[in-house]
Design a protein around this ligand. Sequence first.
Ligand SMILES: Cc1ncc(COP(=O)(O)O)c(C=O)c1O
Length: 372
Amino acid sequence: MDQDRILYAKPSITDLEVQYAADAAANGWGEQCYDYIFKFRDQLKSYLDVPYVIPTSSCTGALHMALAALGVGPGDEVIYPDITWIASASPTKYLGAEPVFVDVLENSWCIDPAAIKAAITEKTKAIVVVHVYGNLCEMDEIMSIAKSHGLPVIEDAAEGLGSVYKGKKAGSIGDMAAFSFHGTKTITTGEGGALIVQSPELYEKLQTLESHGRHPKSDKQFWCDEVGYKYKMSNIQAAIGAAQMERIDELVERKREIFAEYHEILANLPGLQLNPEPENTVNSYWMTTVVFDEALPFVREDLQEEMAKANIDARVFFYPVSLMPPFQSKPENTKSYSLYNRGINLPCYHDITSAQINRVCDVLKRYLDKIR
Ligand SMILES: Cc1ncc(COP(=O)(O)O)c(C=O)c1O
């Protein structure tokens, strides 16, 4: 193959990240062992405008603790969109409860508020919504349904950092929220995450839970009041995160520029739908995604193969989680079961060039011509 490989995701690491990580490795011990963790936590707090942030080792861990803090356990149900990564739902299984997968909306690919309403039972303990690929959930409607049933909402904002819904950042609207800073995400700490908490009561509970059950104000060293968790972020990871947060506006803006370039080339082609940006919202476009019209004989593996021949990594749309072996299939989630087969994520990492975007679009256009 004579052309350079185009990856679908890759972080943007500058001298600043390297400098902070080196400083943490050289000096971030003893008295300084939490300095970057606190810095990163405070940057997230102020960027998101939220009262409490707990940096974690992953988004999965943050979601696990969020559900544990709500007391989710055997016999309980937690409502989820069927289109998401399994990590959203696994923590409900860890706790012995059952995820209930409901359908998504055709235009945003995010959870359908009417489907949430229809799925609420006496067993429902929480609602987890997912801002998939940077697209925003219908938060006003979701919060109002949740409030009328006295249910907490957790935003899985792993893919939504930088998206804004009616003036509020994704992750600042629900009772709790979780972010991922995995290497493919808009900002990275290698692996990592954060748990966002709105109420002082839940935060108090979580401070104990996240520290192996030790109350932060306990005067007895190594005394645990309950069995807790260990999902902490390290100071070195947080140092990389602190540098990334200093660049957050640039990183989100670049995602938007990349989407705009794709949009310019692809939006007018018939039969394609790209990530939406409804009025009063800002989409941070974590993943530029294309969904092909139902009427087209689109086979995503064929397009993936064409991309691979051109040395391009493209990623398939998430399978409905309920379609996978650990869960019970729910083909009645018709939109989810149709969308996944018609969608593909395009390479959209920070340093992708316009020439590379054109290369990706050329393959896509050729494929589209073939199937039309
Ligand atoms: C929607 C969603 N939820 C949760 C996760 C889990 O994040 P992490 O890998 O940081 O645990 C991811 C990451 O891929 C994700 O995309």
